[in-house]
Write a protein that binds this ligand. Structure first.
Ligand code: PLP
Length: 315
């Protein structure tokens, strides 16, 4: 039987019991649920057609990091997919906060999703579908583990081409991941830990859940074309502006990435993460570089800064 958590009508009237949910808490159909109870219909086009958009924000030391930017991207995607959310921005913010607070996690990975839903009359017309909003907070996860963060990730470049922007607008955060998953298996087959895949021109695009940066002669670069405009990528631009480093978005060839002084990847799932080997090539001396380290430090420092983060109220 489905176990429902107490309904939380508003932030002010929140009712919390003393239990905490180590596996996380979800919000669906107006109810908060333990993660194991959060299930969707197999008829939802989010599942059947990948007709959905989502966003992921993290909470670190009890504070959301750059929540406004994540909400902007989510609302933008929903609008461009011609979906309708049943809640306004303020309500969604309070739902996300409640999921985190109920879970009890001080560091969490928080996802908001809008699916096309399905049509009550079994119509195949997407305009007839009833769109669905759901959200969840689960323990914080990272693309790189502790050891990989210290010594740098080993990455393989796959021949797989990222779905072109003329097919799917990459600024709408989406679950079209078959290319990324294929890239990941290519990387595993070659003894690497994760993958970069290429754009339609053969330039480096992005990886499964992350953007990529190169540092060469003190200048930073990241692919401009066919990638999700990541919030962590944007944060790197903002941090560079603050400390006087130059960062630009432009094409990066396979040769150029291997000749870089430093390479790092960026994701809400882990922040700024160093890369020290690509295919059979060590990047520079094979050690994590000083620009990467400086940006990693600054990135995590900003998580306590009220200009960049929002506190979660835990009862
Ligand atoms: N690229 C893809 C395909 C992603 O799925 C993600 C995050 O999930 C990113 C890049 C990084 O984006 P962000 O920094 O907003 O987490």
């Amino acid at each position: 039987m489905t176990q429902l958590l107490p309904a939380i009508p508003s932030v002010d009237e929140r009712y919390f019991d003393q239990r905490r949910y180590p596996d996380g808490v979800a919000f669906m159909d107006g109810q908060y649920l333990p993660m194991s109870e959060a299930k969707i219909s197999v008829l939802d086009w989010g599942f059947l057609h990948s007709d959905a958009t989502y966003d992921t924000v993290h909470v670190w030391n009890g504070r959301f990091f750059r929540l406004d930017l994540h909400l902007d991207r989510f609302f933008g995607g929903v609008e461009r997919l011609r979906m309708k959310l049943p809640y306004d921005r303020e309500k969604i913010e309070s739902i996300l906060t409640n999921c985190v607070a109920l879970s009890g996690h001080k560091s969490a990975y928080v996802e908001m999703i809008c699916t096309r839903g399905s049509s009550p009359t079994f119509s195949r017309d997407p305009r007839q579908a009833e769109n669905r909003f759901m959200a969840f907070a689960v323990p914080f996860g990272s693309v790189a583990n502790k050891e990989q963060l210290e010594r740098g990730l080993h990455v393989a470049i796959s021949e797989t081409v990222r779905i072109p922007p003329k097919s799917i607008d990459p600024s709408i955060k989406n679950y079209h991941w078959l290319d990324l998953v294929k890239g990941l298996f290519d990387a595993y087959d070659r003894g690497a830990e994760t993958a970069l895949i290429v754009d339609t021109h053969g330039h480096i695009a992005e990886g499964p859940g992350f953007n990529v940066f190169v540092v060469k002669d003190g200048f930073l670069g990241t692919p401009a074309f066919g990638v999700l405009p990541g919030i962590t990528r944007r944060t790197v631009f903002d941090l560079c502006a603050e400390i006087g480093l130059s960062a630009t978005a432009a094409d990066i060839s396979r040769a150029k990435i291997k000749e870089a002084d430093e390479v790092f990847i960026t994701s809400t799932a882990g922040g700024i993460m160093p890369v020290t080997r690509i295919d059979d090539t060590a990047i520079a001396n094979g050690l994590v570089g000083s620009v990467t380290r400086r940006l990693m430090d600054l990135y995590w420092q900003k998580h306590d800064d009220p200009a960049w983060s929002t506190a979660v109220f835990y009862p």
